[in-house]
Design a protein around this ligand. Structure first.
Ligand code: PMP
Length: 441
């Protein structure tokens, strides 16, 4: 379709400044994708610097995933999700549980990261109640945390822009740990910052304030992706684990971005060698081809739900599209590729290239921090006085003109390149970023 014939009016777009979009639609209407690239309706080729929205790490339209989805359509399109199931959903749950750290053995399916977060929080509350600990209802999130856009997710989340319109309607009994993004202490760290592990001890303050007997769970992203790749300080997650264990609080790792390869391991839990009690996932589980999310739990949590009267529904929760056959088929193919194409090793190798390339941008105009965490990285800029976020938007625009799609959030440019990229593509992305930064001024 010719760009001029496209009416942009009716589609109220997610997380998009629509008036700005309508004024600048150039290079923004996607026509097709393959591997690490998009092509736009107006004929531009873009390197996909964020793997979709962190979800297409194996590249777009991977032929094995495409084939699996097509094949699934020949047998079962949709399968009633309640009181019924189809075989591949059971085998997928088993495969995902096997990829998780020891002790994780059960998987609940849903359709997005937001739903996964809702599900994990509900499991946590119900778990304590089933065990006779009904006073444990308080949830602890973290400043700058992103856990999707449901009311639960924005409540435990710590993104002010996502919360401010709904302040009186959020979940009650939620508190937040401080974020770990202190530029004056950690700017330009390579990988995990040395400073900041002690910030986990803020949980002790919350325990003293509320009493441990009222706290159900702590939820954190091991690496905070949406806030602009905020990397956990060395030892921080381990300390959080120790404290949660000490106070009988469940620890949830929201691995919607980290899971399925980007950390050079199946999950961040393995990369950081810290075992939470629940893991949420979405995005990379099936390479973004069909919406899917889920929660992995330990045997111990699951067993608590199996102690009630037989024939009752043990966990009264689910979605029409839980374990959707197309999503499941795409996920099986994705897990095959992760194994067969040695993706963790590739992600690890590329992450060295990414680290060198992005830290080479130190000294470019207005760059005040550069961060990296395995195959994720971010560059932060000094804001323009009175126009927060505008500098990164300009860099994003200049990137588009030069054929690279970055993600901007606040005054930060984030990168999460496809794991199937070549080293040259990663260095070229960083070169384009350098040019875009200079052009943006
Ligand atoms: N949790 C985390 C850590 C995320 O990064 C995201 C999405 N970026 C979500 C939850 C929400 O996922 P979705 O957009 O699929 O609802």
């Amino acid at each position: 379709m010719a760009m001029e014939d496209l009416n942009l009016d009716a589609y109220w777009m997610p997380f998009t400044a629509k008036r700005y979009f309508e004024a600048h639609p150039e290079r923004r209407i996607l026509a097709r994708a393959e591997g690490a690239y998009y092509w736009t309706e107006d004929g531009h080729k873009l390197y996909d610097g964020l793997s979709g929205l962190w979800c297409c790490g194996l590249g777009h339209r991977h032929p094995k995933i495409v084939d699996a989805v097509k094949k699934q359509l020949d047998t079962l399109d949709y399968g009633t999700a309640f009181q019924m199931g189809h075989a591949p959903a059971f085998t997928l749950a088993e495969r995902i549980a096997d990829m998780a750290p020891d002790g994780f053995s059960k998987v609940f399916f849903c359709n997005s990261g937001s739903e996964a977060v809702d599900t994990a929080l509900k499991i946590s509350l119900a778990y304590h109640r089933i065990r006779g600990d009904a006073a444990r209802t308080r949830l602890i999130g973290r400043e700058k945390g992103y856990h999707g856009v449901g009311f639960a997710g924005i409540s435990v989340g710590g993104m002010v822009a996502n919360r401010k319109m709904y302040s009186s309607s959020m979940l009650a009994g939620v508190d937040h740990l401080p974020h770990t993004h202190k530029l004056e202490k950690m700017a330009f760290s390579r990988g995990e910052p040395d400073w900041g592990a002690h910030l986990a001890d803020e949980l002790i303050r919350l325990v003293q304030l509320h009493d441990a007997s009222t706290i159900a769970a702590v939820i954190v992203e091991p690496m905070q992706g949406s806030a602009g790749v905020i990397v956990p300080p060395k030892g921080y997650l381990k300390r959080l684990r120790e404290l949660c264990t000490q106070y009988g609080i469940l620890l949830i790792f929201d691995e919607v971005i980290c899971g399925f390869g980007r950390m050079g391991a199946p999950f961040a839990a393995q990369h950081y060698d810290v075992k939470p009690d629940l893991i949420t996932f979405a995005k990379g589980v099936n390479n973004g081809m069909v919406p899917m999310g889920g929660v992995i739990v330990t045997d111990e949590i699951y067993k608590a739900f199996m102690t009630g009267p037989e024939h009752a529904v043990e966990f009264f929760h689910g979605y029409t599209y839980s374990g959707h056959p197309l999503a499941v088929a795409a996920a099986h193919a994705t897990l095959d590729i992760l194994e067969e194409e040695d993706i963790y090793a590739r992600a690890n190798d590329l992450s060295q290239v990414l680290e060198e390339a992005v830290h080479g941008l130190k000294g470019e105009p207005n760059v005040i921090d550069i961060r990296n965490c395995r195959l994720a990285a971010a560059v932060e800029f000094a804001p323009i006085e009175g126009r927060p976020g505008y500098r990164a938007l300009r860099v994003f625009e200049e990137g588009l003109k030069r054929g690279v799609l970055f993600r901007f959030t606040g005054d930060i440019i984030a990168m999460g390149p496809p794991m199937i990229s070549t080293p040259d593509e990663i260095t070229r992305m960083a070169d384009v970023l350098a040019d875009a930064i200079r052009a943006a001024g």
